[in-house]
Design a protein around this ligand. Structure first.
Ligand SMILES: [Zn+2]
Length: 340
């Protein structure tokens, strides 16, 4: 699930920045020398952070384990910011962006229902800003992963999409460099569109949600393993010819393909970046999905005309797109505050 509320002032004003309103990085190499922003991605198992200079270049990254709870997460974020700044003596930190799973009121930085990280109700933005005496922006983690993943591609303007195949399934949509939120922040909640005929009950109360066949939790149900990650084990068993594995993999690949088709028909993006824990297996999964999309195109000239496989991109295995997106948001907030 991903939910967030209103637009930040920085995003509302992004269209007023010079001649390239949609560009992902807000500064060029000659500007803001010596200034930096930090992006933090709070996840269920770890908190990752990156330090960007004013030109958007990645200077360093770090990661610590997540200790659940309001104070623990806050202390973790502050200690990560301190360690990142120690790697770049002489640089001056101008703002911090933070991504977190849960409902976020981006105007106030209030986080609710971030149960994976033990935050139930906390004014996280204000708490971090109070400790660092800097502008801080908080946003839903999938939206920031979308911003980071899409800005890491060859992208300037227009619509691009990111689909996060994590424990759950959700998409983030970027238009002209800005995160699309919709009226209530529910845009991109494709995991809870009830399309699958198997009608598996979903935690949201519906049955047959796309998330029940196209997510990490779906793989864990379809192919349970005692230790390690189930998807590499499922791929290996299917390759060896195990009929149950082939059946489970077919359900999964069908669900992923449906998610891609749905996003492309709804938003018609220039490209779709696939990310999240499931995509760490990389090319073998992309090959299977591409084959399924080709199969769908062979039966429909309409689907064929959409050229879905040519739009697919994969997040690199160790690319911290969530933290990078958070740092880009930090850059925008710093510029809005006149600090960059
Ligand atoms: Zn659901």
């Amino acid at each position: 699930m991903k939910m967030s509320g209103r637009r930040t002032m920085a995003e509302e004003n992004i269209g007023q920045q010079g001649s390239s309103p949609g560009q992902c990085q807000v500064m060029n190499q000659s500007q803001g020398r010596g200034q930096a922003t930090i992006g933090i991605d709070v996840g269920g198992t770890s908190i990752g952070g990156v330090l960007l200079d004013a030109s958007g270049q990645l200077l360093s990254s770090a990661q610590i384990p997540t200790v659940p709870g309001n104070c623990q997460v806050l202390d973790g974020i502050i200690s990560l910011v301190d360690s990142l700044m120690e790697t770049a003596p002489g640089l001056s930190l101008q703002a911090v962006g933070v991504g977190i799973p849960g409902r976020v009121d981006r105007r106030t930085g209030l986080v609710t229902d971030a149960v994976n990280v033990g935050l139930v109700h906390m004014e996280l933005g204000a708490a971090i800003a109070g400790r660092l005496a800097l502008p801080v922006a908080v946003e839903n983690d999938v939206n920031l992963a979308a911003l980071g993943a899409i800005c890491s591609q060859n992208y300037q303007t227009g619509i691009a999409a990111y689909i996060n195949f994590g424990t759950g399934l959700a998409a983030g949509i970027i238009e002209d460099g800005t995160i699309m939120h919709g009226a209530t922040g529910a845009i991109g909640e494709i995991g809870h569109i009830p399309l699958d005929p198997h009608r598996i009950p979903c935690k949201c109360g519906q049955e047959g949600c796309l998330e029940t066949v196209a997510s990490g939790s779906a793989v864990a149900r379809l192919w349970p393993v005692e230790e390690g990650y189930p998807l590499p084990s499922l791929l290996a068993a299917a390759k060896e010819g195990d009929s149950q594995a082939r059946e489970a993999l077919s359900v999964l690949v069908g669900g992923i393909s449906m998610a891609i088709e749905l996003v492309c028909l709804t938003f018609d993006p220039q490209f779709v970046v696939l990310g999240g824990g499931m995509t760490r297996v990389g090319q073998p999964l992309l090959d299977l999905v591409t084959a399924r999309l080709d199969e769908m195109a062979a039966h429909s000239h309409f689907i064929s005309s959409l050229a879905l496989p040519s739009r697919l991109r994969l997040v690199g295995a160790d690319q911290p797109v969530g933290a990078i997106g958070a740092a880009i948001l930090g850059q925008r907030v710093a510029e809005e505050a006149g600090r960059l």
